[in-house]
Design a protein around this ligand. Structure first.
Ligand code: ADP
Ligand code: MG
Length: 257
C-alpha cells in the first residue's frame, strides 16, 4: 500500500519566506491501483510526485512506498520525454535497466512490442514527439516498477497520438500490475485511465474529493460514457477543476494540523 501523508511542503520564495505548496495532503493507493491526481495549475501536483519519488526530501510528512524503493522499483515519466540525445533508443531504455542480458532482452522485447523495433538503434532526435514519448514509456516499464509516477506525460500531443499512448500505458499496466500515480489537469484523460480520481484543491494542494470509477476498459477520453461522467461530476461540483468540491461531499484530507 502506498501511503502519503504530507503535513506541509514549502519552498523558500525570493525573500526567503516559506511558500506553501502542499498542506494536509493525504492519499493512499492499493497495490496495482491506477490513481489519477487532477488539480489546477500550480496546486502542487509535480511537487507531490517529486516528494513521493524521493526526488525531493525536504518535506514535513511521511511517504510509505509499500515495497517500492526510491533507488529501484519506481518508474518515472515526465511532461517532456527527457531522453539523452547522444544515446540510441535502446541505450536510453537500458540507462535505467542496466546492461545485463536479462535487461537487454526485456528492453528489446518491450521496444518490439511497442512498435519501436525498427528504431532501436536510432537517436531520439530523429523520432517524432509521439515516438519519443513511447520510448519514455518503455523506459518507465523496463525496470518492472512496483510504482509508476507520471507527470502529465501526454500533454501537447495530437489527440490520436495521445490516445494510442494511453491505450499502450493501460495495456502495459494491466500486464505488470504496478501501482500508478498519474498527474493531469485533464479530467477526461483521468476518467479514461483511472480506478480512482483524486482531486486537489488550489495551492496549497490537498485532496478535496476522491472519485472511484467502475467503468470497464478500454476507455477513451472521447467515449460517450466518459463524457457523461465528466458532465455529471461537474454538474455536482461546478468548481471542481478550480480545486473546490461542493461542501459536504469532499474528503477533508484529514492530515491537517
Ligand atoms: P503543478 O505541478 O500542480 O502545476 P507545482 O508542484 O509545479 O504545481 O508547483 C506548486 C507551487 O510550488 C507553485 O506555486 C510553484 O511556483 C512552486 N514551486 C514549484 N517548484 C518550486 C521550486 N523548485 N522552487 C520554488 N517554488 C516552487
Ligand atoms: Mg506540474
Amino acid at each position: 500500500m502506498l501511503e502519503i501523508a504530507i503535513r506541509r511542503k514549502s519552498y523558500p520564495d525570493r525573500g526567503g519566506q516559506p511558500h506553501l505548496a502542499l498542506s494536509g495532503l493525504a492519499l493512499n493507493a492499493a497495490p496495482g491501483e491506477f490513481v489519477c491526481v487532477v488539480g489546477p495549475s500550480g496546486c502542487g501536483k509535480s511537487t507531490l510526485l517529486n516528494v513521493v519519488g524521493g526526488l525531493d526530501r525536504d518535506v514535513d510528512g511521511r511517504v510509505s512506498l509499500g515495497g517500492a524503493a526510491p533507488e529501484h522499483g519506481i518508474g518515472f515519466m515526465f511532461q517532456e520525454p527527457r531522453l539523452m540525445p547522444w544515446l540510441t533508443v535502446l541505450d536510453n531504455v537500458l540507462l535505467v535497466a542496466g546492461q545485463s542480458d536479462a535487461a537487454q532482452r526485456r528492453a528489446r522485447d518491450l521496444l518490439g512490442a511497442m512498435g519501436l523495433g525498427e528504431v532501436m538503434d536510432a537517436f531520439p532526435g530523429r523520432l517524432s514527439g509521439g515516438m519519443q514519448r513511447r520510448v519514455a514509456l518503455a523506459r518507465a516499464f523496463v525496470i518492472e516498477p512496483k510504482l509508476l509516477l507520471m507527470d502529465e506525460p501526454f500533454v501537447s500531443l495530437d489527440v490520436p497520438t495521445a490516445n494510442r499512448l494511453r491505450a499502450m500505458l493501460v495495456e502495459l499496466w494491466q500486464r505488470c500490475r504496478c501501482t500508478v500515480l498519474f498527474v493531469t489537469h485533464d479530467l477526461r484523460e483521468a476518467l479514461s485511465l483511472a480506478d480512482r480520481v483524486c482531486f486537489l484543491s488550489a495551492a496549497p494542494g490537498r485532496v478535496v474529493l476522491e472519485y472511484p470509477l467502475a467503468l470497464p476498459r478500454p476507455r477513451m477520453p472521447d467515449d460517450a460514457t466518459v463524457q457523461a461522467l465528466q458532465a455529471s461530476l461537474l454538474a455536482q461540483h461546478p468548481e471542481l477543476l478550480a480545486g473546490l468540491a461542493t461542501a459536504g461531499t469532499g474528503s477533508d484530507g484529514s492530515a491537517d494540523d
